[in-house]
Design a protein around this ligand. Structure first.
Ligand SMILES: Cc1cc2nc3c(=O)[nH]c(=O)nc-3n(C[C@H](O)[C@H](O)[C@H](O)COP(=O)(O)OP(=O)(O)OC[C@H]3O[C@@H](n4cnc5c(N)ncnc54)[C@H](O)[C@@H]3O)c2cc1C
Length: 386
């Protein structure tokens, strides 16, 4: 299938490398593992060994020395092979980017090489039951102790913490915050710390990455667990949130490609009247529209990655890409299911089970409404309602 993105030689090589590994496993491996609650450690190990988990991380810490543009190619190509990987966005992308920008040299040496080669993973915890979209209202608190910090509170919808060695926690700094003005600090907390527990949240998402509520019951961490500057957490976290939005754009661009390609292939073969079903405009036009929407969203994602990599303001582009790609992917997937008739709902065709992981992208990491708020306020200068 053709498209609007024209890869450089380097990007083409990355894409081929991802495709080579993804084809060895196939979408059914990913879906079956997700369905059975099993891990994808073999695949993750292979991606790490091929340098495909740290393409955007600094070379001196085991990465490939590229940027978001290269991460987009990897994540999109995995999703285009039926493997939309939440953990890639969380561990290498959000946590890796925050550590690469704000971690101390020791912290980078400790965590980045393992994240890049796939031997270690880090979860990301900002969302709270009583804060949700309002990150300023975070209640998980970090208090200074004689040896470091003590964390207490809870987080929810923390993806993949059961497979992670540490979690990057966004906490309210007890010393620097006032009742009116919270100041946030970021910490790397090993998942085997005393007082850290978690409980699975059952969801409809078919994915090897599960969701958890995480409890911090006076969890002690040493001084060197603090990332960057105390009280500067929200600004630091924003360096991870643009990559998150860009890579959700990439996942959705990949799911969109997967759905449109599968639907077009099916529509060329399936015949119930005198011509293949793809000849009926009722089937062909919605697929053509989906292709257009998916390709435009891929352009927006590529542009936002380029802006981020060249140090230009990327917030507007990243939000637009995330919005456009998630809407396009969902519509494309729905149309692919429709094109397959009854088969669209069979596990064998690998479509319907991707529904909730794709639907999730409308809600997380930032909801559709919060993206629209951002665009209304930042792009259009409209007043806030909250
Ligand atoms: C599968 C999954 C994985 C996730 N993984 C992680 C993770 O790894 N780490 C992590 O920290 N978080 C994670 N999240 C949390 C996710 O980021 C939040 O669900 C999301 O930010 C929305 O927060 P909320 O669920 O509390 O909804 P709420 O904030 O309660 O919002 C509910 C609804 O109200 C709307 N709303 C809220 N405020 C406004 C407003 N001002 N204007 C208009 N509409 C508004 C929202 O858009 C939404 O539709 C995950 C969520 C899911 C579902």
């Amino acid at each position: 299938m053709s498209g609007l993105i024209h890869d450089s030689d380097e990007h083409r090589a990355i894409r081929e490398s991802v495709a080579g590994i993804a084809n060895r496993y196939g979408p059914q491996y990913f879906l079956q593992r997700g369905r059975n609650g099993e891990d994808i450690d073999d695949l993750w190990k292979d991606l790490g060994a091929a340098g495909l988990l740290g393409v955007h991380l600094p070379e001196e810490f085991g990465g490939g020395g590229g940027g978001m543009a290269e991460a987009v190619v990897v994540v999109e190509e995995l999703a285009a092979h039926g493997m939309p990987m939440l953990i890639w966005v969380i561990s290498p992308a959000i946590c890796g980017s925050i550590l690469a920008h704000h971690g101390s040299p020791d912290m980078k040496r400790r965590w980045l090489p393992g994240i890049a080669d796939g031997t270690e993973k880090m979860a990301f915890a900002i969302t709270e039951p009583d804060a949700g979209s309002n990150s300023h209202n975070v209640k998980t608190t970090a208090r200074k102790s004689s040896t470091g910090w003590v964390l207490s509170g809870s987080k929810y919808y923390i993806s993949g913490i059961d497979q992670c060695d540490a979690v990057l926690v966004v906490a309210r700094d007890a010393d620097l915050s006032t009742p009116d003005k919270p100041r946030l600090s970021l910490f790397v907390v090993p998942t085997d710390s005393a007082g850290l527990t978690y409980q699975q949240i059952d969801t409809s998402i078919v994915s090897p990455d599960k969701q958890f509520t995480v409890f911090f019951d006076d969890v002690e961490v040493t001084r060197d667990a603090l990332i960057g500057q105390a009280g500067n957490g929200l600004r630091q976290v924003f360096d991870g949130l643009n990559p998150e939005r860009i890579l959700v754009g990439a996942i959705c661009g990949g799911v969109g490609r997967y759905a449109v390609t599968k639907a077009a292939d099916y529509a060329k073969e399936r015949q119930v009247w005198s011509t293949p079903i793809g000849a009926h405009q009722g089937i062909a036009h919605p697929l053509a529209e989906s292709h257009i929407a998916v390709e435009l969203s891929r352009l927006a994602t590529a542009l936002s990655a380029e802006l981020f990599d060249t140090g230009q303001p990327a917030g507007e582009a990243a939000n637009i890409a995330k919005f456009a790609a998630s809407e396009a992917a969902l519509k494309a997937l729905d149309q692919a299911i429709q094109t397959h008739g009854g088969n669209g709902l069979a596990h064998e065709y690998g479509l319907s089970e991707l529904w909730f992981v794709t639907r999730l992208m409308r809600t997380a990491p930032v909801s559709r409404e919060m993206v629209l708020n951002f665009v209304a306020q930042t792009s259009l200068g409209l007043p806030r309602s909250y």
